[in-house]
Design a protein around this ligand. Structure first.
Ligand SMILES: [Zn+2]
Ligand SMILES: [Zn+2]
Length: 163
């Protein structure tokens, strides 16, 4: 078994619609290569810097995603004919093509609707303010005239008590 640790720049388009790895961001891969009958079994973990937007409030999100992957790279005919030693040598100097494997793992691991926090309250339907910023008490004056009338009464009463 061989272990390979390396960093590689992210390819473009690694992610889903609202969230993903920025192009050329550094991906840290920690992989194990294992020779098996059919080829080489590559498994390991990758740390990916993720950036995106909260699906509710559109705030920027960034976090590190850790994905596990496992993929069997099967020898093609020419490689198996060349003998095991040469195969190992070839694979050693080669990072293999982990990109499709990582792409699958990332797409599976990323939330389709990423949130800046689990209970992100989103945006105010009235004014579009980010509710996490303005606080839970954020409301707008109720336009209903009956409420306005009641409020007027209350204000009058306060005034008369003061005076
Ligand atoms: Zn949010
Ligand atoms: Zn508002």
């Amino acid at each position: 078994m061989k272990e390979q640790r390396f960093t590689a720049p992210a390819p473009a388009g690694l992610g889903v619609e609202m969230v993903g790895v920025p192009k050329d961001a550094e991906i840290e891969v920690d992989s194990r290569l294992e020779s098996v009958m059919e080829g080489v079994l590559v498994s390991g973990t990758a740390l990916l810097p993720i950036q995106g937007e909260c699906a509710r409030c559109l705030d920027d999100i960034s976090f590190t995603l850790e994905v596990e992957f496992q993929e069997l790279f099967v020898y093609d005919d020419t490689r198996s004919a060349a003998g095991a030693d040469e195969d190992e040598h070839r694979l050693d100097g080669d990072l293999l093509d982990l990109e499709p494997v990582l792409r699958d793992a990332v797409v599976l691991a990323l939330p389709l609707s990423p949130l800046c926090q689990d209970d992100c309250p989103g945006l105010c339907a009235e004014c579009g303010a980010r509710l996490a910023d303005v606080g839970p008490g954020h409301t707008h004056d109720v336009a209903d005239p009956r409420w306005a009338a009641l409020q007027g009464l209350a204000e009058q009463r306060e005034e008369s008590q003061e005076g």
